[in-house]
Design a protein around this ligand. Structure first.
Ligand code: PCA
Length: 186
């Protein structure tokens, strides 16, 4: 049975909750599922995620985060080698125009079947679209560092989700369960 690591983020920018974690913790019907809430902190979020990967040896890693203003579930196609924060993270850090890894590539492409995921979620009646930008805040940073460090043979990527005002947490959770199933080829 494959092990699946699915993460969401804690609230940030003064919000009371984060739909990514609220949805992740409601995902049902996935065997071998490990879930975790990541801190919204440059660097530390990736350290926590790396620790979870070392601890659980997952076959599939999907990190999720909130993209406020989006109305569809959006598997991210690409992570870029840039941190450029519009607001401080939860530890007060606000990198501007900072390269994540001076020796790394400009970008990494997702290991997830992003098109198939978006199509399958849409077919279930839940809005989904492939996204071409994960931004330049903590989510993009986590995705870039994840793809740059993920062990050989582990499938990994990132999915942004709408706020709970724009799509119900239950629908987001259903969409994420579909994303897991499609990624496992089931
Ligand atoms: N969304 C932010 C960081 C945490 C989250 O849920 C982002 O898109 O970078």
């Amino acid at each position: 049975m494959p092990t699946v690591l699915l993460t969401g983020f804690e609230p940030f920018d003064g919000a009371a909750s984060n739909s990514s974690w609220e949805a992740v913790r409601r995902v049902t019907g996935v065997e071998g599922l490990v879930t975790a809430e990541l801190p919204v902190e440059f660097g530390r979020a990736s350290e926590v995620l790396a620790g979870l990967i070392a601890e659980h040896s997952p076959d599939l890693v999907i990190a999720t985060g909130l993209a406020d203003g989006r109305t569809a579930i959006t598997p991210e196609r690409v992570a870029i080698n840039l941190e450029d924060a519009r607001i401080p993270d939860n530890a007060g850090a606000q990198p501007r125009e900072r390269t994540i890894d001076p020796d790394g590539p400009a970008a990494y492409l997702s290991g997830l079947p992003v098109r198939a995921i978006a199509d399958a979620i849409t077919a279930a009646g839940i809005p989904a679209q492939v996204s071409l930008s994960a931004g330049a805040f903590v989510c993009n940073s986590v995705m870039y560092r994840l793809l740059g460090s993920v062990p050989e043979g582990v499938v990994a990527g990132f999915i942004h989700v709408p706020s709970a005002d724009d799509l119900s947490v239950d629908e987001i959770a259903t969409g994420l369960a579909i994303a897991v199933r499609v990624s496992l080829g089931a």
